[in-house]
Design a protein around this ligand. Structure first.
Ligand SMILES: [Zn+2]
Length: 439
């Protein structure tokens, strides 16, 4: 029997000969006087025409070019999965009692088909909190997607889910993935990849929902809605929900589960504000303020691994030169377009580097043991309140070392930094009420 599963719940520009129940539509459809792409939903600009007169969609070009000559094909999702024992869960770790309460709430909302948010502080163990609900969903034969706007988050998550749900067939999708698409019960992918799906998933878990570019992209919001079955639902995960989600909670349109404590029961490390006048001018003269130099030396000689966040990619080589002049060797710079990004991050984790100098790309989704953090130019607008809270959340994630410093060096009095400090203080007040210990 021919396998047509490649079209199940997909929005594919290629059909399979003889496939039954195929639904098809033009890839670029006329809407009034204009043309609209049926994959990404964006209107085609009047100038986006090929020499032969065909229209094409520029917005989702990276997923492969669609023109007005193409059609999209789909077979309605049939949930053709073998029945799984225990939902394929092979994880044998334990949840703490506070995690268990949250896990039960998430499961209840999921089974009721409710849109929901798990608002858990950085280091709360939110991935494992979702496990009981995920196991139940898979045991019921649901098709599930675990998605994130950040490819790093997907890449860190995929091996964990492969290990902890070893009984489930999984596929991982992102731009430039080495393995082709395959029909699986569990899909781990970037939010962009959801544009290729049509009413496929019974449940979508959206990890780091407030991260760029999802937070500012209506197209990706629509992609999540359309990749979901009409009866499906979704779960948003984040430590720092944006205003839109917070408004929906207030209006009662979104079920919410709070978890104000880290998995090890310690509170979040506070952000310490350090005023550092004119550090940029000093940098131009090839040096850093004395306080910073002292601090970096302290960490370096104590062999405490540390991350230095800076506002712009252009700052990286300049500051690195200064650090090397100070005698701080064995460090590396890393940024979004760095081809060796994955290797360097892994090298830092393995102790090969003593510090990393980086931009906001490492703000979330990564765990480094014993790390300390400095944010240079924390008052720069590239560091949003959420980004600062996430950066602070890199520190003290392990039970063996729950403390650690988060230092924000500012030239001016910045609203974002104060808001981030206030958010951490508020979460810690809630955490203390649940029995949290100061670190
Ligand atoms: Zn498009």
């Amino acid at each position: 029997m021919t396998d047509y599963s490649e079209l199940f719940g997909r929005r594919s520009p290629v059909t399979l000969p003889g496939a039954p129940d195929v639904m098809t539509s033009p890839a670029i459809a006329a809407v009034g006087q204009r043309w609209q792409c049926q994959r990404c939903g964006q209107l085609v600009a009047a100038t986006d025409r090929l020499p032969n007169g065909d229209w094409y969609c520029r917005t989702c070009l990276q997923l492969g070019r669609l023109t007005s000559r193409d059609r999209l094909y789909t077979i309605p999702e049939p949930n053709c999965f073998a029945r799984l024992m225990a939902g394929g869960l092979t994880w044998n770790g334990q949840l703490s009692s506070i995690q268990r309460q949250a896990a039960r709430a998430v499961q209840k909302h999921a089974l009721a088909g409710e849109r929901q948010l798990l608002w858990a502080v950085t280091g709360a163990g939110k991935t494992e909190i979702v496990y009981p609900a995920l196991a139940e969903a898979l045991a019921r034969g649901w098709r599930v997607a675990w998605v994130s706007p950040r490819v790093d988050v997907c890449l860190e998550l995929a091996p964990r889910l492969r290990r902890d749900f070893a009984g489930v067939d999984q596929c991982v999708l992102y731009g430039g993935q080495p393995v082709p698409y395959r029909y699986c019960q569990l899909t781990i992918c970037t939010t962009h990849q959801l544009l290729r799906f049509n009413r496929a998933f019974d449940w979508i878990i959206v990890d780091e929902v407030d991260a760029f570019p999802l937070a500012t992209s209506p197209m990706l919001q629509v992609a999540i809605d359309r990749a979901q079955k009409t009866q499906g639902s979704c779960l948003y995960l984040t430590a720092t929900p944006g205003e839109r989600l917070q408004r929906e909670i207030k209006r009662g349109k979104l079920a919410v589960t709070y978890l104000p404590l880290r998995y090890h029961g310690y509170l979040l490390p506070p952000i310490q504000l350090k005023i550092s006048w004119r550090w940029r001018q000093q940098l131009q003269r090839g040096r850093l303020p004395a306080g910073l130099q002292r601090q970096f030396h302290l960490w370096w000689t104590a062999r405490r691994p540390f991350l230095i966040f800076v506002p712009h990619v252009a700052d990286l080589p300049v500051i690195m030169t200064v650090l090397m002049k100070m005698g701080l060797s064995d460090g590396a710079t890393v940024h979004a377009a760095d081809p060796k990004r994955q290797e360097k991050v892994q090298g830092f984790r393995d102790g090969e580097y003593r510090f990393l100098l980086t931009t906001t790309i490492l703000e979330r989704g990564v765990t480094f043991p014993r790390v300390a953090v400095a944010i240079l130019g924390a008052d720069d607008p590239v560091f949003s309140t959420a980004a600062l809270v996430q950066i602070a959340g890199r520190v003290g994630r392990l039970a063996s070392d729950p403390g650690g410093q988060v230092l924000a060096y500012c030239h001016s009095n910045a609203r974002h930094v104060h808001r981030a400090r206030a958010m951490i203080a508020r979460l810690n007040r809630q955490g203390r009420r649940r029995g949290g210990r100061p670190c």
